[in-house]
Design a protein around this ligand. Structure first.
Ligand SMILES: *[C@@H]1O[C@H](CO)[C@@H](O)[C@H](O)[C@H]1NC(C)=O
Ligand SMILES: *[C@@H]1O[C@H](CO)[C@@H](O)[C@H](O)[C@H]1NC(C)=O
Ligand SMILES: *[C@@H]1O[C@H](CO)[C@@H](O)[C@H](O)[C@H]1NC(C)=O
Ligand SMILES: *[C@@H]1O[C@H](CO)[C@@H](O)[C@H](O)[C@H]1NC(C)=O
Ligand SMILES: *[C@@H]1O[C@H](CO)[C@@H](O)[C@H](O)[C@H]1NC(C)=O
Ligand SMILES: *[C@@H]1O[C@H](CO)[C@@H](O)[C@H](O)[C@H]1NC(C)=O
Length: 350
């Protein structure tokens, strides 16, 4: 059966909400969600995504193999993914970001299990779409340092050759220079390290750059910090004391934080992976669980999120999932990875 409907129509028709507040949980709100793509097999973990200028979604898989897919969006119906490229020599892709409208940098390497990288196998790759839709150019930029677990990646806006990369294992931000083909740590702080007893040992994770700050999550610590960076992607004030350039933005209690993104109004949106939700933090600092719940499959293993870029889907937050592979729902239930569209249009009014 093929269901065809306009997301926008569905969203306004089914808009519903519930607010619940208790001592240990955040207020919750149910924004309308719609699955726009889902794999057929369990064991498919979608790790990250980026939205192309033309509205198409590129997403990466960390399991069962290292593949880059495209979804023709804005999605007005459930759609099928097209394989862009399978990286045959490695087993996992993590972060991806755009450096121009048609060129992307993606991180890839080997893992023994999702979340457990094999050190020394990771590289940054460049993927360029040609004018002819079929033409694709792929090249390795550089091998990454042998002791890092590369996870999030973000272009430094004023410098198309510089990207920052989070190292979830060592607790640092690396600086990739695409032109010089170098990659080295530039910010290393204790608050970037995995929190004690984290299994697997994952610290700094999601990363986005906005208005001169690199915003990043520390997964098990449930924290979001921001570090002031200059136009070259280096910490403000030099590297004498990068702690000085860094401040705590928020703590989302008892919540595992994966990737982060921003809406045009400054709202911060967070994917909480094993907590199976998306959390919004308004510019004023109010925290709300806006979609998903610990006990249902709606956002089972929400890994990353990004807003649509066309007039039709500018309010649509596309969320990728792992199907709950890191922590099955109710201890046992998993499903194939998917891409979910969350309509955020009315979230402020609720
Ligand atoms: C990669 O995984 C996907 C999803 O399970 C599968 O459809 C595809 O055939 C796999 N590719 C290879 C080359 O094994
Ligand atoms: C994959 O590995 C093979 C054998 O080691 C090598 O010849 C080939 O260049 C590699 N491909 C890429 C894209 O690195
Ligand atoms: C990744 O693992 C495969 C075997 O699964 C191996 O052939 C390949 O050489 C490894 N890649 C790197 C970069 O070590
Ligand atoms: C760090 O901040 C303190 C207090 O604001 C200031 O005195 C000090 O000069 C700063 N250090 C650096 C290296 O910027
Ligand atoms: C997030 O998941 C963990 C692990 O299941 C759980 O202990 C914690 O209470 C959850 N947080 C929230 C806010 O539900
Ligand atoms: C998890 O358990 C709760 C409580 O029994 C139930 O309501 C919910 O449907 C279960 N979730 C799944 C995905 O089975």
């Amino acid at each position: 059966m093929h269901r065809v409907h306009l997301l926008v129509g569905i969203f306004s028709a089914f808009l519903a909400y519930a607010v619940a507040v208790s001592q240990n949980t955040l207020p919750t709100l149910t924004l309308p969600v719609e699955t726009v793509f889902q794999f057929g097999e369990i064991g498919t973990w979608i790790e990250n995504l980026v939205i192309r200028k033309n509205g198409h979604i590129l997403f990466t898989t960390v399991s069962p193999n290292a593949s880059l897919y495209q979804l023709a969006c804005p999605c007005t119906a459930k759609t099928e993914a097209t394989l862009v490229h399978h990286f045959a020599n490695i087993t996992a892709l993590t972060g991806i970001d755009a450096v121009t409208d048609d060129t992307f940098v993606v991180l890839g390497g080997n893992t023994s299990a999702p979340g457990t990288p094999i050190l020394g196998t990771w590289s940054a790759w460049e993927v360029t779409f040609g004018v002819d839709a079929a033409a694709l150019f792929i090249q390795k930029i550089v091998d990454l340092p042998g002791d890092v677990m590369p996870n999030g990646i973000a272009l430094v806006p004023k410098h198309p050759n510089i990207l920052l990369i989070t190292d979830s294992k060592g607790g640092s931000i690396l600086r990739l220079d695409r032109a010089a083909r170098t990659c080295e740590p530039v910010i290393q702080l204790p608050v970037m390290e995995p929190a004690p007893h984290s299994v697997p040992a994952i610290g700094i994770n999601g990363l986005k750059i906005r208005d001169g700050f690199a915003y990043w999550t520390n997964s098990f610590a449930s924290t979001i910090y921001r570090t002031c960076i200059d136009d070259d992607g280096l910490p403000c004030g030099g590297d004498d004391d990068p702690q000085n350039a860094t401040e705590l933005v928020a703590v989302v209690r008892q919540t595992w934080l994966d990737d982060v993104t921003f809406g045009g109004d400054g709202t911060m949106w967070l994917a909480t992976n094993p907590n199976n939700t998306v959390v919004a933090i308004s510019a004023e600092g109010k925290q709300v669980v806006v979609a998903g719940s610990g006990a249902d499959l709606g956002l089972a293993g929400a890994t990353a999120l990004a807003f649509g870029r066309t007039a039709i889907d500018a309010d649509v937050l596309y969320v990728t999932t792992s199907g709950g592979l890191a922590l099955p729902i109710n201890g046992t239930v998993v499903e194939p990875g998917k891409v979910v569209a969350v309509n955020t249009g009315n979230w402020k009014e609720i």
